[in-house]
Design a binder for this molecule. Structure first.
Ligand SMILES: Cc1cc2nc3c(=O)[nH]c(=O)nc-3n(C[C@H](O)[C@H](O)[C@H](O)COP(=O)(O)O)c2cc1C
Length: 173
């Protein structure tokens, strides 16, 4: 994929989260750690998918809000837009696994642009469920995009994931 312009678009939630089976307060979200590694290795532009309404810092409270949003098929409003989406042909799309797929904010993001003809490369952090049905959901929302096999990393393993990320990226070059 030489000569392609790439964007890393990711959702990641700071605050209380699971790390190796215990709840800890994360200053940088797990998915953001991976997004930054991909940025270092590819030089891609970065875009944080952020919601206008913040989720509670408390983990359990957040899981409740997220479950309700999923049941209601909500589309949380986002704070920013990618002005020049047309200029990117590769999108690294990052998110945590929330209830088996990506957070509803990522549904909002994917419905906000035309990804036809672009390549979408998912990456996900999780606490045991892997990438879940998120790849299928991307394909449903972006039927005219090429969706490559994603990378799933457990939240507790993000700190030492350099080689994993590097080897995964090599598959796409
Ligand atoms: C609302 C919510 C729902 C979650 N649901 C799942 C799940 O279904 N499966 C799973 O493996 N992990 C689940 N997790 C754990 C996160 O996927 C994991 O901690 C992830 O690394 C968080 O990434 P972040 O720090 O970038 O937000 C959930 C976490 C939250 C907050």
């Amino acid at each position: 994929m030489t000569n392609s312009k790439s964007l890393i678009a990711y959702y990641s939630r700071k605050g209380e989260n699971y790390l190796n089976g215990s709840i800890v307060k994360l200053l940088v979200g797990n998915t953001e750690v991976i997004a930054k590694k991909i940025q270092e290795l590819t030089g891609s532009d970065m875009f944080g998918i952020d919601t206008v309404k913040l989720y509670p810092l408390d983990y359990t409270e957040t899981t409740k809000v997220a479950a309700k949003e999923k049941t209601e098929n909500a589309r949380p409003k986002l704070t920013g837009v990618v002005d020049n989406m047309d200029s990117y042909n590769v999108i690294y799309l990052g998110y945590p696994n929330w209830w088996g797929t990506f957070p509803m904010a990522v549904f909002t993001f994917l419905e906000s642009y035309d990804f036809s003809g672009k390549t979408i490369i998912p990456f996900c952090t999780h606490e045991g469920s892997g990438i879940g049905k998120s790849e299928t959901d991307i394909k449903k929302l972006c039927p005219d995009s090429m969706v490559l096999p994603g990378l799933a990393i457990r939240g507790g393993s993000v700190a030492g994931a350099e080689n994993l990320v590097e080897n995964w990226l090599k598959q796409h070059r």
